[in-house]
Design a protein around this ligand. Structure first.
Ligand code: NAI
Length: 322
């Protein structure tokens, strides 16, 4: 059918694809024609231990059995060399990389009071630094090609908070910040970057999801969104979506209209007390697509009706841009 979303001729790299969500993404992409690099270190749920080639190889075998094309990679996303090797595997096996799904993850839940530095660090290393380590070499290739699709995997724990997951929440929300700027830098090269917050039964969630939800949470229900955002039909960049059990919605950072306090003088804390509702309301709020949108609105708040200078002078350029 004309509307069918296909990946023929496309090369996809999926990290942590030996199990859970990543495995399903790999199988579904391959089923629709993509050549897939199945990366998985094969470690324990908390990232400890030696690792094993078995999970990644098994998924490759499954794909091959379906008549698809895939190659296994066992590198650790948490190291710079690991990230480079993963993309090297794509280049050596299939000549390029068009799609990168940053999915590898571990958990080390502890209430903050008991959060030792090593458990903080390990989680940041895999999720945040892992995404950096793999995205950096992939982005280079995509930039040359003038085409790319990059997905980050965040979590409702990061977007909204969840007891016992300060390390994980910090790492997952950091990926949103990473996307916010990468979407700008990638935009002119045809690279789209989006973020998915999945909900699915896996070994990461076996003791977290309520049993009633667990039954309905086949990772297959998340894959359609991941495939759409990975495809050449993807209509957006810089967006965040929740997905699970066939339910999908979009999450965003919304900024309220705000107000100027104090006139020409420096405002006092009491001014804030008096005008708190005006400061905090999200009514009439909007989504900004970059820092300069905020600067423009601040300038606009000071401009008199007949004065358009506010808008013209708005805009901060980063040194890297010039
Ligand atoms: P999973 O544990 O089944 O799969 C994660 C895979 O990543 C494992 O196979 C593991 O071996 C691999 N991995 C871990 N560290 C690695 C490293 N350093 N290098 C390479 N591979 C590594 O878990 P699941 O649920 O499929 O998670 C996938 C992603 O989705 C993770 O980023 C997770 O944080 C995220 N997520 C999952 C949710 C869920 O409901 N299952 C909820 C929110 C986010």
């Amino acid at each position: 059918p004309k509307d069918e979303i296909r990946f023929d001729g496309k090369v996809a790299v999926i990290t942590g694809a030996g199990a859970g969500l990543g495995r399903i993404y790999a199988l579904e992409l391959a089923r629709r024609g993509a050549k897939v690099v199945v990366n998985d270190l094969g470690g324990a749920r908390d990232g400890s231990g030696e690792g094993s080639p078995t999970p990644a190889q098994k998924v490759v075998n499954e794909i091959t059995a379906l008549g698809g094309e895939a190659v296994a990679n066992y590198d650790n996303v948490a190291t710079v060399e690991g990230g480079e090797n993963i993309i090297m595997t794509a280049l050596e096996s299939f000549g390029t990389v068009d799609i990168l799904i940053n999915n590898a993850g571990i958990l080390r839940d502890k209430s903050f009071f008991k959060m030792e530095p090593e458990n903080w660090q390990a989680v940041l290393d895999v999720h945040l630094h892992g995404a950096f380590n793999v995205t950096r070499p992939a982005f280079k290739v995509m930039k040359q090609n003038g085409y790319g699709r990059i997905l980050m995997t965040t979590s409702a724990a990061g977007l909204y908070g969840n007891f016992g997951q300060t390390n994980y929440s910090a790492a997952k929300m950091a990926l949103v910040g990473f996307m916010n700027t990468l979407k700008i830098e990638g935009g002119k090269y045809g690279i789209k970057v989006n973020t998915v917050a999945p909900i699915a039964a896996s070994r990461l969630t076996e003791d977290i999801l309520p049993p009633a939800l667990m039954e309905k949470s086949n990772p297959g229900f998340v894959a359609p969104l991941v495939l759409y955002l990975s495809s050449d039909r993807c209509p957006v960049s810089g967006n965040i979506y929740n997905a699970g059990m066939g339910f999908f919605n979009r999450a965003a950072v919304v900024t309220g209209p705000g107000t100027v306090l104090g006139g020409q003088a420096v405002p006092t804390p009491e001014d804030l007390l008096k005008q708190w509702d005006k400061v905090t309301t999200l009514e009439g709020g909007k989504e900004y697509s970059q820092l300069n949108d905020l600067v423009g609105d601040i300038m606009g708040a000071f401009a008199t009706p007949s004065d358009d200078k506010g808008k013209e002078t708005a805009g901060i350029r980063s040194v890297a841009e010039v």
